[in-house]
Write a protein that binds this ligand. Structure first.
Ligand SMILES: [Zn+2]
Length: 314
């Protein structure tokens, strides 16, 4: 995929180009992988041959998949925040979701191994990304790209980590930093300080080192089932606690199990969440910023499989 850089200096010319591109993007059919996503539900299904089951949509190589809207930020006037339709049309940035980073144990079930990536394999994933020229982007950059067309690195990727597991702090973050990468850590606050989970000080340290801390609820209950006070317990309080820990506002959220519904979105927005991340389901046509897609980087995947999955799923 390409994120074309528009080396134009003349503001008038750039505006004309932006208008033209804006027009073409309106009529451009969305041929992204979303509509053909192999994962019908948000929960990943364990399969034996994960490496080869994802069909390759041929549209990914066609010019239609290239985001013509990627004009330079300077060319975007402040009021020109893109509408949902435009956001959906933009080429998606590959976003990976990791959970535990540790070697497999005998009692780990077959299904659990999608969520547990052995250390060496994780290192291979990250090295492959670096060797392939990928650069990590953070949620603010992604939002700027989606809402204004701001440019991103030529090969952007976002690395996200769910569930507060301690090995994300001890193994994953240092590995990312070897390559100048930054990650996004979605914390469930109930687990802070528990054995094998991160402490508040560790979360604060990640934030201080330039990683982003997002919320993953209080105790991982399914957002689709919230009513009444659940919004306070699961969304409001954890956001506040994380902001107190990091000294920064909590603006990003990951749905437990990747599960969400349109009713949840206004509740999240009302509580300061600018962007919410699901798994590989279809995005909300009305609110793609609160249904951003990610894929689980399975513990079964070699770096080659990961590379393939990234190209096929976004
Ligand atoms: Zn989770």
């Amino acid at each position: 995929m390409k994120y074309p850089y528009t080396p134009l200096r003349s503001p008038v010319y750039t505006m004309l180009l932006a208008l033209f591109i804006g027009f073409t993007s309106c009529v451009q059919e969305d041929k992204s992988a979303e509509s053909q996503s192999p994962v019908a539900t948000a929960i990943p299904v364990a399969s034996e041959n994960k490496d080869s089951t994802i069909p390759e949509p041929d549209s990914l190589n066609s010019p239609a998949a290239i985001p013509a809207e990627s004009v330079r930020p300077a060319a975007v006037i402040a009021s020109s925040t893109a509408d949902a339709e435009t956001i959906i049309t933009r080429q998606q940035v590959p976003i990976l979701c990791y959970h535990q980073v540790r070697d497999w144990r005998e009692k780990d079930s077959k299904a659990a191994k999608d969520y547990i990536i052995p250390e060496e394999r994780f290192r291979e994933h990250i090295k492959m990304l670096a060797d392939s020229g990928y650069q990590t982007v953070l949620p603010d950059q992604l939002m700027a790209y989606l809402t204004t067309g701001a440019t991103l690195p030529a090969k952007p990727v976002m690395l996200t980590f769910d569930d507060t597991n301690l090995d994300q702090y001890t193994v994953a973050a240092p590995e990312l930093e070897k390559y100048g990468f930054k990650g996004v850590f979605f914390i469930m606050t109930v687990s802070l300080g528990r054995p094998n989970y991160m402490s508040k000080a560790q979360v604060k340290d990640l934030a201080d080192r330039g990683h982003i801390i997002g919320s993953h609820t209080w105790d991982h209950h399914n957002v689709k089932k919230y009513e009444g006070k659940d919004w306070i317990t699961q969304i409001e309080k954890p956001s506040r606690q994380l902001a107190e820990i990091t000294g920064k506002p909590t603006e990003y959220f990951a749905y437990p199990f990747g599960l969400w519904n349109p009713e949840a979105i206004p509740e999240l927005k009302q509580r300061g969440i600018k962007g919410a991340f699901q798994l590989a389901g279809k995005r909300d046509p009305q609110d793609p910023l609160h249904s951003i897609r990610r894929i689980i980087a399975s513990g079964y995947w070699s770096s080659t499989s990961l590379n393939k999955a990234m190209k096929n799923s976004f």
